[in-house]
Design a binder for this molecule. Structure first.
Ligand SMILES: [Zn+2]
Length: 432
């Protein structure tokens, strides 16, 4: 890294001050925009009105706005396509371009955010209506406030702030709002299949303003376990499929631990929770006084960054085989394994990638503290950029993922404002 010169430093300080001023002036409009966006219940399959809302704003900023439809017939052949089972009609995305002044000499940037939100769950548990968009104590409440409509808001207003102070980027800046991230990523995959490319992408997921260039993947598995039913009073002559399932779960936990010990990473705070295996359902038996004949385990199997889906599946098959071989009953009656629903790869950007350095520098200038780099344990659209478009990508946005998908989901408004400033300075620096 080159040392910044004094004049560079002064120039940066001036840019920081001007951007901060512009974002602060825009604050009421920014908050109102985020509230309006949260108030649109853009559940999976019903994202279109939220995209229209964003498109109106981006057109008002004079961007080249395209509405891009996710056509499942065009995506089906792609290795990263996940059919989320929702009707493909109306699955639109917004791709809005701010053309750079010197595109052949400057770097381009994609700012990507999903507008689909997960369901509100039990509405009775919420303090306000789930899509209220109410502000109380400096927090904006509502489903999607954290994940991730505030991130999208920050991106939109970062552009507006730069326009306000007459800064035009050298390279193209593209704002993408996409559908279907929560259910498998059809929206971002659509933009990739349509040929959208840039020198880097920032995905506005809630990361508490940490830089997250690594994400784990996840596979969904089902194990069917056989037993031998008999009257409960004769239990020792039967075999409980539930007890065999519990034995397998214990072995899967040991497998999980061994995988983590073999793959330490400095980018995760908990070394045993990088790509966890978790059993989500266990069902079995049909009568309380019968030894259960059958049980079914379903769960999520995490994949480490750098591990392929095929390698991970092979390791899982071997673990189930070894567990079964060590049990006299399961040796003769091995459980049937099935992969179903989402099969999501891991993804990663080189932690020395230039976009990370640029974003970290701009974060420090605006947030007043050094940037923290971390990996995330959840799946996101990052994998689509890194694995299928060759675009270095990083998750970065306001909000804590611990507040996502929860009752009374919220975001700190101040953090959205800070994110807007960081994004504006990053665009101004990266696309100079
Ligand atoms: Zn999200």
């Amino acid at each position: 890294m080159t040392q910044p010169t004094v004049s560079n430093h002064t120039a940066t300080a001036d840019r920081v001050a001007r951007i901060c001023g512009a974002v602060d002036e825009l604050r009421p409009a920014l908050v109102a925009f985020a509230q309006g966006l949260v108030r649109i219940p853009s559940l999976p399959g019903q994202e279109a009105p939220a995209h229209d809302y964003v498109a109106v704003k981006l057109r008002a900023l004079q961007l080249d706005v395209a509405i891009v439809e996710s056509r499942f017939d065009e995506l089906r052949g792609h290795p990263a396509f996940n059919d989320d089972g929702l009707a493909p009609e109306g699955r639109i995305n917004v791709v809005a371009r701010w053309p750079g002044a010197t595109p052949s000499r400057s770097r381009s940037l994609i700012l990507n955010g999903h507008l689909d939100v997960v369901s509100a769950g039990n509405v009775a548990l919420w303090t306000d209506a789930p899509f209220s968009g109410v502000i109380r104590g400096g927090r904006l409440y509502g489903r999607g406030a954290c994940d991730m409509k505030s991130g999208v808001t920050a991106a939109v207003f970062a552009l507006e702030a730069l326009m306000r102070i007459g800064r035009r980027p050298g390279g193209d800046v593209t704002v993408q709002t996409v559908s279907g991230e929560e259910s498998g990523g059809v929206g971002t995959l659509t933009t990739i299949v349509k040929g959208c490319r840039a020198d880097a992408a920032i995905i506005l997921e809630p990361t508490t303003l940490k830089l997250c260039p690594i994400q784990s993947g996840a596979l969904t598995f089902r194990l069917r376990v056989d037993g031998r039913s008999i009257h409960a009073c004769m239990k020792r002559l039967g075999v409980s499929a539930i007890e065999k399932a519990c034995y397998l779960i214990g072995r899967l936990n040991a497998f999980d631990r061994a995988r983590h010990l073999a793959r330490p990473s400095p980018y995760y705070p908990d070394p045993l929770n990088i790509a966890p295996i978790s059993v989500g359902t266990l069902s079995g038996g049909d009568w309380h006084s019968t030894v259960p004949q059958e049980s079914v385990i379903e769960g999520r199997f995490g994949i480490f960054a750098g591990e392929s889906v095929a390698d991970a599946q092979q390791a899982f098959v071997a673990a189930v085989h070894d567990a079964s071989a060590a049990d006299p009953w399961l040796r003769e009656h091995p459980p049937a394994l099935e992969w179903f629903e989402g099969q999501f790869e891991a993804g990663q950007t080189d932690t020395a990638a230039p976009i990370l350095l640029a974003l970290a520098t701009c974060h420090e200038a605006m947030a007043g503290e050094p940037a923290v780099m971390e990996g995330v344990t959840y799946g996101s659209d990052l994998r689509l950029f890194t694995n299928h478009a060759g675009i270095p990508a990083v998750l970065y946005g306001p909000g804590d993922v611990a507040n996502a998908h929860t009752v009374d989901e919220f975001i700190e408004v101040e953090e959205v404002v800070t994110a807007t400033k960081v994004l504006a300075l990053t665009i101004d620096t990266w696309c100079a």
